[in-house]
Design a protein around this ligand. Structure first.
Ligand SMILES: Nc1ncnc2c1ncn2[C@@H]1O[C@H](COP(=O)(O)OP(=O)(O)O)[C@@H](O)[C@H]1O
Ligand SMILES: [Mg+2]
Length: 217
Protein backbone atom coordinates (compact mmCIF):
# COMPACT_ATOMS: atom_id res chain seq x y z
CA UNK A 1 0.00 0.00 0.00
CA UNK A 2 1.38 3.36 -1.06
CA UNK A 3 0.34 6.57 0.65
CA UNK A 4 0.36 10.12 -0.66
CA UNK A 5 -0.44 12.82 1.93
CA UNK A 6 -1.79 16.21 0.88
CA UNK A 7 -0.79 18.76 3.49
CA UNK A 8 -0.66 22.49 4.35
CA UNK A 9 -0.76 24.40 7.62
CA UNK A 10 -3.13 26.87 5.98
CA UNK A 11 -6.87 26.33 5.48
CA UNK A 12 -8.26 27.02 2.01
CA UNK A 13 -5.02 26.38 0.16
CA UNK A 14 -6.60 23.50 -1.77
CA UNK A 15 -5.74 20.27 0.08
CA UNK A 16 -9.19 18.77 -0.38
CA UNK A 17 -9.36 19.85 -4.03
CA UNK A 18 -5.99 18.25 -4.76
CA UNK A 19 -6.70 15.10 -2.69
CA UNK A 20 -10.04 14.44 -4.42
CA UNK A 21 -8.63 15.09 -7.90
CA UNK A 22 -5.65 12.82 -7.25
CA UNK A 23 -7.79 10.03 -5.81
CA UNK A 24 -10.11 10.08 -8.82
CA UNK A 25 -7.17 10.36 -11.25
CA UNK A 26 -5.63 7.21 -9.80
CA UNK A 27 -9.00 5.42 -9.73
CA UNK A 28 -9.51 6.21 -13.44
CA UNK A 29 -6.09 4.74 -14.18
CA UNK A 30 -6.88 1.43 -12.53
CA UNK A 31 -5.63 1.81 -8.97
CA UNK A 32 -7.70 0.52 -6.05
CA UNK A 33 -7.80 3.85 -4.24
CA UNK A 34 -8.81 4.79 -0.76
CA UNK A 35 -9.31 8.46 0.02
CA UNK A 36 -8.61 8.75 3.74
CA UNK A 37 -10.11 11.95 5.10
CA UNK A 38 -8.26 12.78 8.32
CA UNK A 39 -9.75 16.27 8.53
CA UNK A 40 -12.53 16.36 11.17
CA UNK A 41 -14.41 18.71 8.81
CA UNK A 42 -14.81 15.74 6.46
CA UNK A 43 -14.82 17.77 3.23
CA UNK A 44 -13.31 15.05 1.02
CA UNK A 45 -15.84 12.53 2.28
CA UNK A 46 -18.60 15.09 1.69
CA UNK A 47 -17.48 15.65 -1.91
CA UNK A 48 -17.38 11.96 -2.75
CA UNK A 49 -20.83 11.46 -1.23
CA UNK A 50 -22.15 13.75 -3.97
CA UNK A 51 -20.59 11.45 -6.56
CA UNK A 52 -22.74 9.48 -9.02
CA UNK A 53 -21.41 6.02 -9.85
CA UNK A 54 -18.31 4.23 -8.70
CA UNK A 55 -15.11 5.86 -7.52
CA UNK A 56 -12.48 5.76 -4.82
CA UNK A 57 -13.41 4.24 -1.46
CA UNK A 58 -13.68 6.84 1.30
CA UNK A 59 -12.68 6.45 4.90
CA UNK A 60 -13.23 9.11 7.55
CA UNK A 61 -10.50 8.58 10.11
CA UNK A 62 -7.55 10.21 11.87
CA UNK A 63 -3.88 10.23 11.02
CA UNK A 64 -3.20 8.59 14.36
CA UNK A 65 -5.59 5.68 13.68
CA UNK A 66 -4.10 5.08 10.22
CA UNK A 67 -0.58 5.15 11.57
CA UNK A 68 -1.47 2.71 14.38
CA UNK A 69 -2.98 0.28 11.83
CA UNK A 70 -0.18 0.66 9.28
CA UNK A 71 0.87 -3.00 9.44
CA UNK A 72 -2.60 -4.52 9.26
CA UNK A 73 -4.01 -5.09 5.78
CA UNK A 74 -7.65 -4.18 6.36
CA UNK A 75 -8.38 -2.74 2.96
CA UNK A 76 -8.41 -3.84 -0.67
CA UNK A 77 -6.76 -0.58 -1.68
CA UNK A 78 -3.25 -0.42 -3.14
CA UNK A 79 -3.07 3.36 -3.00
CA UNK A 80 -4.21 5.74 -0.31
CA UNK A 81 -4.55 9.49 -0.69
CA UNK A 82 -4.65 11.27 2.67
CA UNK A 83 -6.51 14.55 3.00
CA UNK A 84 -5.39 16.35 6.15
CA UNK A 85 -6.54 19.22 8.38
CA UNK A 86 -4.79 22.58 8.56
CA UNK A 87 -3.49 21.58 11.96
CA UNK A 88 -0.43 21.39 14.12
CA UNK A 89 2.38 18.91 13.78
CA UNK A 90 1.11 16.13 16.05
CA UNK A 91 -2.04 15.81 13.99
CA UNK A 92 -0.58 15.86 10.46
CA UNK A 93 2.70 14.26 11.55
CA UNK A 94 1.12 10.80 11.40
CA UNK A 95 0.01 11.35 7.80
CA UNK A 96 3.45 12.64 6.86
CA UNK A 97 5.13 9.65 8.53
CA UNK A 98 2.94 7.18 6.63
CA UNK A 99 3.35 8.77 3.23
CA UNK A 100 5.90 7.84 0.56
CA UNK A 101 5.57 11.49 -0.39
CA UNK A 102 3.67 14.52 0.94
CA UNK A 103 2.33 17.16 -1.41
CA UNK A 104 2.49 20.56 0.22
CA UNK A 105 -0.21 22.76 -1.29
CA UNK A 106 0.41 26.50 -1.30
CA UNK A 107 -1.26 29.55 -2.83
CA UNK A 108 0.90 32.41 -4.08
CA UNK A 109 0.06 34.66 -1.11
CA UNK A 110 2.22 35.99 1.70
CA UNK A 111 0.36 34.13 4.45
CA UNK A 112 0.44 30.81 2.60
CA UNK A 113 4.15 31.16 1.93
CA UNK A 114 4.82 31.92 5.60
CA UNK A 115 2.83 28.84 6.66
CA UNK A 116 4.72 26.74 4.10
CA UNK A 117 7.95 27.49 5.87
CA UNK A 118 6.52 25.86 9.02
CA UNK A 119 5.22 22.84 7.11
CA UNK A 120 8.56 22.39 5.37
CA UNK A 121 10.23 22.38 8.79
CA UNK A 122 7.92 19.57 9.98
CA UNK A 123 8.91 17.48 6.94
CA UNK A 124 12.57 18.10 7.60
CA UNK A 125 12.22 17.24 11.28
CA UNK A 126 10.46 13.99 10.44
CA UNK A 127 12.94 13.36 7.58
CA UNK A 128 10.13 12.64 5.14
CA UNK A 129 10.02 13.61 1.46
CA UNK A 130 7.79 16.43 0.31
CA UNK A 131 7.01 18.27 -2.90
CA UNK A 132 5.59 21.79 -3.07
CA UNK A 133 2.57 22.36 -5.33
CA UNK A 134 1.56 25.90 -6.21
CA UNK A 135 -2.26 26.09 -6.40
CA UNK A 136 -4.82 28.78 -7.22
CA UNK A 137 -2.20 30.69 -9.14
CA UNK A 138 -3.46 33.38 -11.53
CA UNK A 139 -3.41 32.38 -15.19
CA UNK A 140 -0.50 33.85 -17.24
CA UNK A 141 -1.51 36.66 -19.62
CA UNK A 142 0.15 36.69 -23.03
CA UNK A 143 2.48 33.93 -21.88
CA UNK A 144 3.81 36.08 -19.03
CA UNK A 145 3.75 34.74 -15.49
CA UNK A 146 1.91 37.14 -13.11
CA UNK A 147 4.26 38.91 -10.63
CA UNK A 148 2.63 37.15 -7.62
CA UNK A 149 3.53 33.77 -9.10
CA UNK A 150 7.08 34.84 -9.90
CA UNK A 151 7.55 36.14 -6.36
CA UNK A 152 6.06 32.96 -4.87
CA UNK A 153 8.36 30.73 -6.93
CA UNK A 154 11.36 32.75 -5.79
CA UNK A 155 10.31 32.47 -2.13
CA UNK A 156 9.61 28.74 -2.48
CA UNK A 157 13.09 28.09 -3.80
CA UNK A 158 14.39 29.08 -0.35
CA UNK A 159 12.38 26.32 1.39
CA UNK A 160 14.86 23.57 0.50
CA UNK A 161 12.08 21.37 -0.80
CA UNK A 162 11.53 20.51 -4.48
CA UNK A 163 8.85 22.59 -6.19
CA UNK A 164 6.70 20.61 -8.63
CA UNK A 165 7.15 21.66 -12.25
CA UNK A 166 3.40 21.99 -12.92
CA UNK A 167 1.26 24.77 -11.39
CA UNK A 168 -2.48 24.51 -10.72
CA UNK A 169 -4.16 27.73 -11.80
CA UNK A 170 -7.21 29.37 -10.35
CA UNK A 171 -9.95 27.89 -12.54
CA UNK A 172 -13.70 27.56 -12.17
CA UNK A 173 -13.47 23.88 -13.16
CA UNK A 174 -11.87 23.05 -9.78
CA UNK A 175 -14.91 24.44 -7.98
CA UNK A 176 -17.66 23.12 -10.26
CA UNK A 177 -16.23 19.61 -10.33
CA UNK A 178 -16.08 19.29 -6.54
CA UNK A 179 -19.70 20.38 -6.20
CA UNK A 180 -20.61 17.49 -8.54
CA UNK A 181 -18.47 14.94 -6.70
CA UNK A 182 -16.17 14.52 -9.67
CA UNK A 183 -12.69 15.52 -10.78
CA UNK A 184 -11.72 18.15 -13.33
CA UNK A 185 -10.68 15.32 -15.69
CA UNK A 186 -14.20 13.93 -15.53
CA UNK A 187 -15.68 17.35 -16.39
CA UNK A 188 -13.95 17.05 -19.75
CA UNK A 189 -10.82 18.08 -21.60
CA UNK A 190 -9.36 21.45 -20.71
CA UNK A 191 -6.44 23.15 -18.98
CA UNK A 192 -7.46 22.04 -15.46
CA UNK A 193 -7.72 18.41 -16.62
CA UNK A 194 -4.25 18.74 -18.20
CA UNK A 195 -2.82 20.10 -14.92
CA UNK A 196 -4.20 17.20 -12.88
CA UNK A 197 -3.06 14.61 -15.43
CA UNK A 198 0.43 16.09 -15.33
CA UNK A 199 0.43 16.13 -11.52
CA UNK A 200 -0.77 12.53 -11.31
CA UNK A 201 1.79 11.30 -13.87
CA UNK A 202 4.57 12.98 -11.94
CA UNK A 203 3.50 11.59 -8.56
CA UNK A 204 3.01 8.13 -9.98
CA UNK A 205 6.60 8.10 -11.14
CA UNK A 206 7.97 9.74 -8.00
CA UNK A 207 5.85 8.24 -5.22
CA UNK A 208 5.03 4.88 -6.74
CA UNK A 209 8.52 4.35 -7.89
CA UNK A 210 8.56 3.75 -11.63
CA UNK A 211 10.93 6.72 -12.10
CA UNK A 212 12.82 9.03 -9.80
CA UNK A 213 11.90 12.68 -9.26
CA UNK A 214 13.34 15.24 -11.59
CA UNK A 215 11.82 18.22 -9.74
CA UNK A 216 14.12 21.19 -9.58
CA UNK A 217 15.22 21.82 -6.00
N1 LIG B 1 -7.06 25.69 -8.38
C1 LIG B 1 -8.21 26.19 -7.90
N2 LIG B 1 -8.97 27.03 -8.63
C2 LIG B 1 -10.11 27.56 -8.15
N3 LIG B 1 -10.59 27.31 -6.94
C3 LIG B 1 -9.90 26.47 -6.13
C4 LIG B 1 -8.69 25.85 -6.57
N4 LIG B 1 -8.22 25.08 -5.56
C5 LIG B 1 -9.11 25.19 -4.54
N5 LIG B 1 -10.10 26.03 -4.89
C6 LIG B 1 -11.23 26.46 -4.04
O1 LIG B 1 -10.71 27.03 -2.83
C7 LIG B 1 -11.50 26.67 -1.72
C8 LIG B 1 -10.64 25.94 -0.69
O2 LIG B 1 -10.18 24.72 -1.24
P1 LIG B 1 -10.07 23.39 -0.37
O3 LIG B 1 -9.61 22.33 -1.30
O4 LIG B 1 -11.32 23.15 0.40
O5 LIG B 1 -8.88 23.82 0.61
P2 LIG B 1 -8.38 23.13 1.98
O6 LIG B 1 -8.82 21.71 1.94
O7 LIG B 1 -6.90 23.30 1.95
O8 LIG B 1 -9.01 23.91 3.10
C9 LIG B 1 -12.65 25.81 -2.26
O9 LIG B 1 -13.75 26.65 -2.46
C10 LIG B 1 -12.10 25.30 -3.60
O10 LIG B 1 -13.15 25.06 -4.52
MG1 LIG C 1 -9.87 20.52 3.27
Amino acid sequence: MKNIAVIARKGGSGKTTVAVNLAIAAHRRGYAVQLADTDPQGSSAEVLKARKGEGPAVLQTTGEALHAARNTANTEANLRILDTPAAAEDSIGHAIALAQVSVLVVRPTFLDLAATLQTAQILRRLRRPGLILLNQAPVPRGGIEPPAVKRALEALRLMQLPVLPMILRSRAAYQTSLALGCSVEELGAGPAADEIAELWDYLERFALGSRRSTAAA
